[in-house]
Design a protein around this ligand. Structure first.
Ligand code: ATP
Ligand code: SF4
Ligand code: MG
Length: 334
């Protein structure tokens, strides 16, 4: 039995893609944990490995070309990396559920919303058809879909984007999972609906006591919902901290850049929120990573050592880690 004090414990996870052009190290030695009932934010620009991390936990990496090559994903005394697909089916959707950016990727267009939610109850809890449908109506009520008795008989295309997202949340929470992985759940929605969905998720977290891993580009979302934050860059964690200290005193130059790119924190109204403005320069291709620190080509504080040697991810305070030479001594640093 694999021991961990945490609900979910990723240890040195490496997920690579073997393509004709070379090996893309999409997740490259990533470790973090999630405790019961907490909200952890995972933030970073496009392509930094957020979704691949989530798909690794769910064991949804397409193989080939992808493969979890190293590391452990401990959940309830078991290493998910080592489970058979059959064992994983008992966990996926039941104890660990995921919601996606675009609801149509997880809602099946040819089945009614009610059918799809009640399927969760039938599959994982062994409920009959009628009972499953009754529970589906209850779930639609919980995610505040008006006229749930009517909506339960409708198909995904008959719902608005925000409604579909609510239906997907209902489906994800149907079996009362211990962990909900939300991969950009609000990005495709307009600002007002985004705010409503976030409020709903926070409320449901209280009701269901679900731990949430919230993946997003948007530091505004993190500020609102997460207690702790993991910042990713080019397949690696570059900083980890509780949300308030991270916002007040970001340590990594990349995090500092991300924070500078949002005009106002904490308060947001319609139109005030923006997606992250890209920091100068572009994220390096995973097949073409620079020598030394992966952020060095874009870093305003780059030093000699940065281009030669990869900085370690080191601890700089309680619950705080950073991957940057500014905080560590190394012979030859200039
Ligand atoms: N099926 C695949 N085949 C080959 N490479 C892949 C595949 N899926 C992901 N990758 C590689 O993994 C990298 C990280 O992808 P990932 O989807 O995790 O990024 P992300 O951080 O979720 O970005 P975004 O914010 O755009 O969703 C990609 O840039 C790509 O190089
Ligand atoms: S290690 Fe160097 S290049 Fe990398 S983030 Fe720190 S200062 Fe910038
Ligand atoms: Mg993604």
């Amino acid at each position: 039995m694999a021991e961990s004090d945490h609900l979910l414990d990723l240890q040195h996870l490496k997920t690579y893609f073997y393509t004709f052009e070379g090996v893309a190290r999409a997740v490259d030695d990533v470790s973090f944990f999630l405790d019961p009932g907490e909200v952890l934010g995972i933030v970073g620009e496009s392509g930094c490995g957020k979704s691949v991390t989530a798909q690794s936990i769910m064991r949804l990496i397409p193989q080939p070309p992808g493969k979890i090559v190293e590391g452990r994903i401990l959940f309830d005394g078991r290493d998910l990396v080592r489970l058979s697909m059959g064992e994983m089916r008992g966990i996926r959707g039941n104890r660990i559920a995921m919601i996606f950016q675009e609801p149509m990727t997880s809602l099946n267009p040819v089945y009614t919303i009610g059918n799809q939610i009640s399927e969760m109850f039938r599959l994982h809890m062994g409920l009959g058809r009628r009972e499953g449908l009754n529970r589906a109506v209850e779930m639609l009520k919980k995610v505040q879909i008006p006229a749930p008795e009517k909506r339960v008989g409708e198909y995904p295309h008959q719902l608005s984007g925000g409604m579909r997202q609510r239906a997907m949340i209902a489906m994800a929470l149907a079996c009362d999972p211990e962990i909900l992985i939300a991969d950009e759940p609000t990005t495709a929605l307009d600002v007002t609906v985004q705010a409503q969905i976030l409020d709903l998720m926070l409320k449901l977290k209280e009701d269901f006591d679900t731990a949430i891993m919230m993946i997003t580009h948007d530091l505004g979302v993190i500020a609102e919902i997460a207690r702790r934050v993991v910042v990713m860059y080019a397949g690696r964690i570059v900083e980890e901290a509780e949300t308030v200290p991270l916002f007040e005193d970001p340590k990594h130059p990349y995090t500092q850049g991300l924070l500078r790119s949002i005009p106002k924190l904490g308060r947001r109204g319609a139109g005030e929120r923006t997606r992250l403005v890209e920091i100068k320069g572009i994220v390096p291709g995973l097949l073409d990573l620079p020598e030394g620190c992966r952020f060095s080509p874009r870093c305003p504080q780059v030093m000699g050592i940065c281009r030669k040697k990869d900085p370690p991810l080191g601890r700089i305070g309680p619950g705080r880690t950073v991957r940057c030479w500014l905080y560590f001594d190394e012979p030859g640093k200039d």
